[in-house]
Design a protein around this ligand. Structure first.
Ligand code: SF4
Length: 355
């Protein structure tokens, strides 16, 4: 019977199939050159290629669709082997290429300002479905996977609710025999689950942490983030402080600006206090709300966002207003909602990988 085992699962090179240096060749094709078909591995003997094709699969997806934004970013919709779907985003900048990956199908958290949350929860992604989002995007973009040097786990899902899989995928990203990425260039974004943050510190992956704070007080947080009922903000901040103490990596605080909910000047001062009390080296990203159909909240007007940023800066907290990319194709923060499907599916683009 044909096996459905992912070739991304065995640790490279030693656990890969093949004898001796063939293992290294396979790892090179998979992770450095981004092969999507065993037949592309032309320096392997034909019999080995046939054996690989019979027993292993490279891609985790049945179908890939791409939605290019006018600003250069591309949203990808992946249909998985079981028919479920998830999304990821490619974000090219002048000096770097970034991908925003999903960790779950939908999301169990259900934040009121987030289109993904409104979808509900499908299932956890496997490590290889997480990793393959990066490989598939690189292939579609016609670049080797190693050209993507930045990963943000900020797509669909709460990564700390699928930490085993996220951790395995990240280990493969930083493995020098696989993608060889720097953990400093991988950011895991969480809505704040203290136990998960502490476990992440124990995992010792060295990745950067981003906390989706969105409000400095429990009363407001509970209105927009359902898990806030279980985890008070002070407890989350203590766990974040421990993560900072252990890793010494600057922590990012994400804050989506919602009109009349979390944008009062006193709330900006309270955000600064939470950070300064714990001596966390931090950066705050203020995110203008990206609207989606049926959203029950409104965004803060630009002037209000600037005023909020000014208060934080005056309190000594470095702050950036992060205007999202990909808004026109529903690829921006909080917009991933498995919605747009073009009339004809776009499989891997013809621009062949740079080999
Ligand atoms: S913001 Fe993040 S945690 Fe909240 S519902 Fe959306 S994907 Fe889930």
């Amino acid at each position: 019977m044909r096996s459905t085992r992912s070739i991304l699962e065995p640790k490279p090179p030693e656990e890969l199939p093949g004898e001796g240096f063939r293992k290294r060749q396979i790892a090179h094709w998979l992770y450095r050159r981004g092969a999507r078909d065993f037949d592309e591995m032309t320096d392997l003997p034909r019999a080995l290629r046939r054996e690989l094709a019979e027993n292993w699969r490279i891609s985790e997806f049945e179908l890939i669709q791409a939605f290019p934004s006018q600003d250069g970013s591309v949203k990808y919709l992946f249909t998985l082997k079981d028919g479920k779907q998830t999304e990821a985003v490619y974000l090219p900048y002048k000096d770097r290429k970034t991908v925003c990956l999903s960790s779950q199908v939908g999301c169990p958290v259900g934040c009121t300002f987030c289109a993904t949350g409104a979808l509900g929860f499908g299932r956890n992604l496997t490590p290889w479905e997480i990793l393959d989002q990066l490989l598939a995007i690189a292939h579609h973009q016609g670049i080797p996977p190693t050209e993507i040097r930045n990963v943000v786990l900020m797509g669909m899902g709460e990564p700390l609710l699928n930490l085993d899989a996220v951790s395995a995928a990240v280990r493969r990203m930083i493995d020098k025999n696989a993608l060889g990425m720097s953990p400093r260039r991988i950011t895991l974004s969480t809505v704040g689950i203290p136990k998960g943050i502490r476990r992440l510190a124990e995992e010792d992956l060295g990745v950067k942490l981003a906390l989706s704070l969105h409000a400095p007080d429990d009363e407001t947080r509970k209105k927009i983030i359902p898990t806030a009922k279980a985890y008070p903000v002070e407890e989350i901040m203590d766990a974040v402080a421990e993560y900072f103490q252990k890793t010494k990596r600057r922590v990012t605080f994400e804050y989506v600006m919602l009109k009349g909910i979390n944008d009062a000047p006193r709330q900006a001062r309270e955000v600064a206090r939470l950070i300064k009390d714990r001596r966390i080296v931090a950066h705050v990203n203020l995110i203008p709300f990206n609207p989606w159909e049926g959203a029950p909240v409104e965004g803060t007007p630009k002037a209000g966002i600037r005023r909020f940023a000014e208060i934080l800066e005056n309190e000594g907290i470095p702050t950036t207003i992060r205007w999202s990319r990909g808004v026109d194709v529903g690829a921006a923060c909080g917009q991933l909602a498995l919605k747009e499907t073009p009339p004809a599916p776009l499989r891997f683009a013809p621009n062949a990988p740079n080999r």
